[in-house]
Design a protein around this ligand. Structure first.
Ligand code: ADE
Length: 274
């Protein structure tokens, strides 16, 4: 079984470790399903103070992550594993959803990320060409080829402070946003990305195969209401049909409830399940 490797480049690895060393993610590491490595961005800082940020050209508030430490840190990983793919949590990235988590967890040999929006997909290429003043870089819509990756090594580069020098994007394969809000850094997104991928890997959820996980826990059952014992709690009763033992009726009830919730939410693919 292929191991999925995550390398997290961060100024605050100590903020990540407690979560990653708990519960399912800890078990997944123990079982050799995932491997998590930390790279401290500070180690690549400049000068005696190991500085990693500076003020923006053109003025403005705040500090930006500088290129030199970012490039050095990412290249330190890429030099050892040129196939590693770089994920950048950023509010301007492609919105993360279940379909993307699934494609990053794919176990197929080509591991192509079909659901990755090609406008984002080729950003590293595009940025490199932009730096070389290549005219093809201007129209991102021309880049519709789907990216095929054979590696299972994801490097999550976590920016901090108010932002990052845009040239860092030239190294990034997948800019990812966790939603339309702004966080103080990429550490929480990194945890969410790793968590949502890892739970889909074979062996993590009770020994199920990814196909079983797919049909069981990422489909309709996230959408319908579920209950466990007791059958009545503070006057609130579990719907009669669930106690009936009548599987066809239970299935039908669940389907109806899923549909109702999806309709109420007004969006059919919130979970990336279409
Ligand atoms: N960094 C800051 N805000 C973020 C967001 N919403 N998603 C991903 N990375 C971020």
């Amino acid at each position: 079984m292929a191991k999925t490797k995550f390398t997290i480049i961060s100024l605050f690895p100590e903020a990540l470790e407690p979560y990653l060393n708990s519960s399912m993610l800890y078990k997944a590491q123990k079982a050799g399903i995932i491997e998590v490595t930390y790279v401290n961005l500070r180690d690549f800082g400049i000068g005696a103070h190991k500085s990693v940020d500076d003020t923006p050209y053109g003025g403005g508030d705040g500090m930006l992550l500088r290129c030199e430490p970012a490039f050095a840190a990412i290249e330190s990983v890429k030099n050892k594993d040129p196939d590693a793919k770089i994920i950048l949590p950023t509010p301007v990235g492609q919105i993360w959803n279940q379909a993307l988590a699934r494609s990053f967890a794919e176990v197929s040999s080509d591991n192509s990320h079909d659901s990755w929006n090609s406008d984002f997909e080729a950003s590293a290429d595009r940025n490199q060409r932009a730096q070389q003043n290549d005219p093809e870089s201007v129209n991102s819509n021309e880049e519709k080829s789907s990216s095929t990756i054979s590696t299972r090594h994801y490097v999550i580069f976590c920016p901090h402070y108010e932002g990052y020098d845009e040239r860092i994007m030239s190294l990034v394969d997948y800019p990812v946003s966790l939603g339309n809000y702004v966080l103080t850094g990429g550490e929480l997104p990194a945890l969410i990305i790793i968590d949502s991928i890892t739970r889909l890997l074979p062996g993590v959820l009770g020994g199920k195969t990814s196909a079983e996980i797919e049909s069981f826990s990422d489909g309709d059952n996230l959408e319908y209401p579920q209950y466990t014992k007791p059958a009545e709690f503070r006057g609130m009763k579990v719907p009669e049909v669930l106690l009936s033992g009548h599987h066809a009726k239970i299935d039908q009830w669940r389907r109806e409830q899923s549909l109702k919730r999806r309709t109420e939410r007004g969006v059919d693919d919130d979970l990336g399940i279409v």
